[in-house]
Design a protein around this ligand. Structure first.
Ligand code: FAD
Length: 347
């Protein structure tokens, strides 16, 4: 276990915010963390507590006054398999993409569409990460956690994780109570490609490569790399806003606007969200407000994907990102009457 005071978080948030935390604690095993809490030593640490993974969904708005926890539990192992299903367990501190590589190399279906998502496996299960029509909840069997209330380990089955769009009980409801130690995934040896999203099918079927998890992974990575900025080169935290889910009446306002501007045949991109609700891509709304490629001081809106706010110079301060967020949110509200919500967690 490593404990450090006044620890810089600059390299531990992909936005590249130059902030620090009063105390930083990194642990290497579940036993170590359980023993630490059982001994009462947590009462010597500055509060509040925050657990981070790779910091790829976080915006630190200032120095953190409490203790930041981080897991170095890194492993991937096969647990069992029957009837074409294979269970694997991955430590919370394992890079999520290493899990995707493992599955691709072993011909296991289930996470290929989620290839290339930055961050660690514990956070992936917290966030219910999703991309190209797949979400991690589709393959989570159970999540193994440390429970800060009982000070014991607890296994939570997928159906009890409260999974929703980019959320779970680990983010809402029980946030701060459970620390994810490892995640058990149920994968399939039987081909189960999910290619319905966007142009994924045509990209995967182009050429004569056999459709395997490794092939789908490589196509997904190619698409992602062409659209999203690499955080090691330009600071960002992926999609900054959630795609709003609005009543059909709000969608009609958007559609009327678009058709008066682009013609009667124009189709606003949208997805049926059930029960009279419609999901509209936040990127489209932001682009309509003229933000795509916008640049101001150290910050901007990525030119290939307006959902991504970027630290253009690497020198951006939190208030600059927050200022841009406020102006984008206000312009979408003024033009469409729709309230954007951040996907990135503000700390
Ligand atoms: C370029 C880019 C592209 C992205 N693309 C996608 C995408 O396609 N789909 C998608 O869903 N997301 C995407 N993201 C967002 C991000 O990668 C995911 O949300 C990822 O799961 C965050 O992982 P992390 O390890 O960085 O977690 P962090 O950002 O450090 O933390 C995220 C949350 O998890 C909690 N947490 C972390 N570890 C634990 C733990 N062990 N126990 C309990 N709680 C914990 C934190 O407190 C926080 O609430 C993208 C981000 C970037 C920068």
């Amino acid at each position: 276990m490593r404990i450090e005071n006044n620890h810089s978080l600059l390299k531990q948030n992909t936005f590249g915010m130059d902030v620090s935390c009063a105390c930083y604690l990194e642990y290497g095993s579940a036993e170590e963390l359980v023993e630490f809490f059982a001994s009462g030593r947590q009462f010597t640490l500055p509060e509040p507590f925050l657990h981070i993974g790779g910091g790829s969904n976080l915006l630190f708005t200032k120095d953190f006054p409490g203790t930041v926890f981080h897991s170095r539990i890194r492993f991937i192992k096969e647990l069992s398999g029957s009837g074409g299903n294979v269970l694997i367990e991955a430590g919370a501190g394992t890079l999520w993409d290493d899990v995707c590589v493992f599955c691709a190399e072993n011909g296991l279906w289930g996470v290929e569409n989620l290839s290339g998502i930055p961050g660690e496996t514990g956070a992936a299960a917290v966030q219910n990460i999703g991309a190209y029509g797949a979400e991690i909840k589709d393959v989570v069997e159970e999540v193994r956690c440390f429970d800060a209330v009982t000070l014991a380990m607890k296994t939570i089955k997928a159906e009890d994780c409260g999974y929703g769009y980019r959320t779970s009980i680990f983010k809402e409801g029980a946030k701060g109570r459970y620390t994810v130690m490892s995640v058990v995934l149920r994968l399939s040896e039987t081909p189960k490609p999910r290619l319905e999203y966007g142009h994924l099918r045509s990209a995967v079927e182009a050429g004569d490569a056999e459709i395997t998890p490794a092939h789908v992974r490589s196509v997904v990575l190619e698409i992602r790399n062409s659209k999203l900025p690499d955080p090691s080169k330009i600071g960002n935290a992926g999609s900054f806003f959630k795609n709003p889910i609005v009543p059909k009446s709000s969608f009609d306002v958007v559609e009327n606007y678009a058709r008066s501007k682009y013609g009667k045949e124009y189709e606003v991109p949208h997805f049926d969200a059930g029960s009279g609700f419609v999901k509209i891509p936040a990127a489209w709304l932001i682009e309509q407000c003229g933000w795509k490629g916008y640049r101001e001081g150290n910050v901007g809106v990525y030119e290939k994907q307006p959902l991504v706010l970027v630290n253009v110079t690497g020198q951006a301060r939190p208030y600059e990102i927050l200022g841009l967020e406020t102006r984008i949110t206000a312009s979408v509200r003024n033009l469409f009457g729709i309230e954007l919500e951040p996907e990135v967690e503000h700390i």
